[in-house]
Design a protein around this ligand. Sequence first.
Ligand SMILES: [Fe+2]
Ligand SMILES: [Fe+2]
Length: 309
Amino acid sequence: MRIGHISDLHILDLDKPRPLQFLNKRLVGGLNLLLNRSSAHSAAVVKRAVTRLDALDVDHIVISGDLTNLALDSEFTAARHIVDSIPNAKQRVSIVPGNHDYYTPGSVRNRRFEGHFQPFLSSDLPQYQLDTKYPYCHLRGDVAIIGLNSGIASPWLFATGRVGDDELEATAQLLEAPEVQQRFKLVVIHHPLLPDKHHAIQFNRRLLNSDAVLDVVRRGDVDLVLHGHNHYFSVLKVPKLSTPGTTYICEAGSTSVTSGDNPKMAGKFNIYTIENGHLIEVESHLFESHEAGFVPWHSEVFRQQIREG
Ligand SMILES: [Fe+2]
Ligand SMILES: [Fe+2]
């Protein structure tokens, strides 16, 4: 099983926002984007990544949030258009929202993200799913993919997240379901659970209940957590709590970034290879240029896991 991971697409569509949409938080966010982001993130680069993942024969694609910038309907429509271009997308794609997809109280109240991506949020184990649609579970071959929501409408200058207590409780129960227990367990969440030693998590960008989420993950024998938010490639390992073994926590980076001096911050996607219930390899591919597209950048092979298996 090969799983592609794209994230933090930040699809920008400032063509038709109504003036009222820029009142409140969007005024600051919109100006910031116009000044900084419009040249840094590109929908064309995301399309390139999706095409490349198809050529690299991935079985499934995970998108770990921040598909939009200002949670505008037009941005969601543009992002959905790209997702729909993935062959057999409704079976092959798992998506969770990020803080930018919950950018304003109105977008949260109107369930805008869930409205646009509803076909991707159905669960194979609906008895564990709350009315909010989370946690959902996609059973694909010998992998169980569990989607969590850490998006909240945070105040100005904050990009914090939180997984609701009810959702966390339901996730703990879902991780004990026989259909999940017998599979490789993969959790998708937008916010990181731990700081990377090279990349601290800023106070105003953190997951507010990261300790509680990490505890559920480690007790629930989760094999792999995929997240976004830092726009930074990272592979972390923590010991599981209930069984011997390792929980890998990985970030691909922002897929849509067109340029940058630090390769760790440049446009990226990851591919995870899972065999016999173990993660055996993480590959990272980097956006080099519009001519070259995405090229292999880094790979880690986990031979220890193979010997243990
Ligand atoms: Fe982001
Ligand atoms: Fe984010």
